[in-house]
Design a protein around this ligand. Structure first.
Ligand code: ADE
Length: 283
């Protein structure tokens, strides 16, 4: 259903964190409660965008260890999204692009120093082969040097159509690839992993769950922690009392408005206590 707001909102999506009001500083009180209508309009606009896009989202992942990615990308929400045709994830073994009879893809670095470097030729050939098949919105290299991945980047990338991810390994890749073929370098945290596969899995997972219909309750991905720079409120399920530990009365009251208010207050409280840095994050 068109609301007329879609186009307006679509343009604002690239800087997406959602437009929920949030306290600007630790001590400032949030102005109003998160509006459900706002969220639903956002969901509609994202759906509209996907209708315009027409086709499913596609990830191509170049890796020396495709086996490492098979399991995380073949279960649960990601598997269901694939089965529903929302996303296609293709793994490409870099060794298939090696011209070496041992399928070698790494070599010693110029200038000495320990560690191996991923060779330019197989990567160049793999990327060029894939680029000859389709146009990529981003060619991402997973690296601890990259910009820090967060919900905002996940939101932004979820609006793209074709994404190519190159998983780094060893001491890294020949720098000429980074200079000439990579459009974006992304790190999932300030620590060093043994390779970029886990980083790629983290990114794909957080992006795919944002696709319309990937999660049954369409607002649930949007009410996640970080979606509005607030942590999620606590959640409970049956039994209402266990070992004398009680679920907060308000959640059993049936008063929807009061429950929403409580949830929002809890989100703000938890954020102030656990992640006050998020409240100062202007993004
Ligand atoms: N490869 C090694 N460490 C990484 C990190 N922190 N993020 C992304 N890719 C990586």
């Amino acid at each position: 259903m068109a609301t007329g707001l879609e186009n307006l909102r679509i343009y604002s999506l690239c800087s997406i964190t959602l437009t929920h009001p949030k306290p600007k500083t630790r001590n400032q009180k949030p102005k109003t409660q998160n509006s459900k209508l706002e969220t639903l309009n956002y969901v509609r606009s994202i759906k509209c965008l996907y209708l315009q896009k027409e086709k499913q989202m596609r990830f191509d992942i170049i890796t020396v260890l495709p086996e490492l990615l098979e399991s995380p990308l073949n279960f649960s929400i990601i598997k269901r999204a694939k089965d529903k045709g929302l996303v296609n994830i293709e793994l490409h073994n870099l060794r298939d692009f090696s011209k070496n009879k041992h399928r070698q893809v790494d070599d010693y670095p110029f200038g000495g120093k320990a560690g191996m470097v991923m060779m330019i030729e197989p990567i160049h050939d793999a990327i060029n082969f894939l680029k000859s098949q389709r146009k990529y919105d981003e060619i991402i290299y997973t690296s601890p040097d990259g910009e820090l991945f967060d919900q905002k980047i996940a939101n932004e990338l979820s609006l793209k159509k074709n994404i190519l991810i190159l998983c780094g390994h060893y001491k890294g890749i020949d720098h000429r690839i980074r200079e000439n073929l990579i459009t974006r370098e992304i790190s999932i945290g300030n620590y060093v992993l043994t390779g970029g596969e886990i980083a790629a899995a983290v990114m794909v997972d957080s992006i795919v769950r944002l696709l319309p219909d990937a999660i049954s309750d369409e607002t649930s991905a949007l009410s996640d922690s970080f979606q509005d720079n607030l942590l999620a409120p606590p959640v409970y399920t049956r039994p209402a009392e266990f070992n004398g530990w009680k679920v907060p009365d308000i959640l059993l009251s049936g008063n929807e408005a009061e429950i929403e208010k409580w949830k929002y207050e809890q989100s703000v409280l938890r954020t102030k206590n656990l992640r006050p840095d998020l409240l100062n994050d202007e993004d």
